[in-house]
Design a protein around this ligand. Structure first.
Ligand code: AVJ
Length: 310
């Protein structure tokens, strides 16, 4: 936090959004009329989950790992398709948060018959170069790793490439990887999705400051910062910023630091990369996967790509 708040331009990491309040705000975002991502990907799974599972399995038995604690009913659609295909399924959510994993385990085992959940606590974004440890599979079984919801969008392209390499290194030949990416589209649609009329995304963004106040004994006045979303065409990403409405100084007690803001100066809080057609496939190929198939919605707004470890 010290590094980000003293950098020029100032920045904070996007993972910081997801404390309890932030996770609740994100859930609310996924239901906003402007935030098409979750709904669109879910629509793809509604139509294609049987086909996706069959393609991944190629007749073998699948176990399904997911990067992130699969809170959403999107994962549910894939798990249900797996149960139809093979009777029962082992689901291995991977997350840094043990409590999020426990919640996911409890909910999924209660709601879906035939799923056994074996959570794995791990920071999959961390540990440059080392492979992800998924643990062994049974003889004749294959693993399918899910990384859906455009979560990869928060990573710079080189970080995304590195993460995919680490996933690939943790898999065996024939295993597969399902990647969900948001696609570049008309900027008015993108901007509305990150600056909704009800102000939920603004609250989500400002919640970072609320969290710093609580956890680092900071004295931010959240309303003294404007929520700002912009489309960076060159980098093909939506950026979120918190823009200081005036010149101000903010004390961060736990860091023994006073942060100075000029009027209009901002903290860069998130990048959300929007992929060009073919880009996700290229990323998979470069990481040692064969790009097997891609599913999109009718408008071409979101893509789900299946890669097979080769
Ligand atoms: C959870 C990273 C997919 O980038 O769309 C939603 C987070 N930020 N609104 C995204 C987010 C602002 C979201 N991801």
């Amino acid at each position: 936090m010290r590094e980000g708040l003293t950098a020029r331009p100032k920045r904070l990491p996007a993972w910081l959004f997801y404390d309890e309040a932030g996770s609740r705000l994100f859930d609310a975002i996924t239901e906003l009329p402007e935030y098409y991502l979750t709904r669109t990907e879910r629509g793809i799974f509604l139509l294609a989950s049987d086909e996706i599972l069959a393609r991944a399995a190629e007749g073998a038995r699948l176990r399904i790992a997911e990067l992130g604690a699969g809170s959403a009913d999107k994962t549910r659609l894939l798990l249900q398709a797996a149960i139809e295909l093979q009777g029962a399924v082992l689901y291995e959510p991977v997350d840094v948060s043990a409590s999020a994993l426990e919640g996911a385990r409890e909910r999924i085992e209660r709601e879906i018959d035939g799923v056994t959940v074996t959570p794995r606590v791990m920071d999959y974004t961390d540990g440059d170069g080392s492979r992800l440890h998924f643990g062994p599979v049974d003889c004749g079984e294959r693993r399918l790793v899910l990384y859906i919801g455009s979560s990869i969008g928060n990573f710079e392209p080189h970080q995304a490439a590195k993460l995919l390499h680490r996933v690939r290194a943790g898999l065996r030949k024939g295993d597969s990887f399902l990647l969900g990416v948001d696609l570049a589209k008309e900027d008015s649609i993108l901007l509305a999705a990150y600056d909704d009329a009800a102000g939920v995304t603004a609250a989500f963004n400002r919640n970072l400051l609320v969290r710093l106040n609580r956890e680092l004994d900071a004295e931010f006045e959240p309303e003294a910062f404007a929520h700002c979303a912009l489309w960076n065409e060159e980098e093909s990403r939506i950026e979120m910023h918190l823009k200081s409405r005036g010149a101000q100084r903010v004390r961060v007690g736990a860091l023994d630091l006073t942060v100075e803001f000029a009027a209009g100066e901002s903290i860069h809080t998130e990048n959300s990369y929007k992929y060009r057609p073919g880009q996700a496939e290229a990323l998979l190929t470069a990481a040692g996967f064969c790009a097997e198939a891609t599913w999109t919605d009718a408008r071409g707004w979101f893509a789900v790509c299946l890669g097979r470890a080769k």
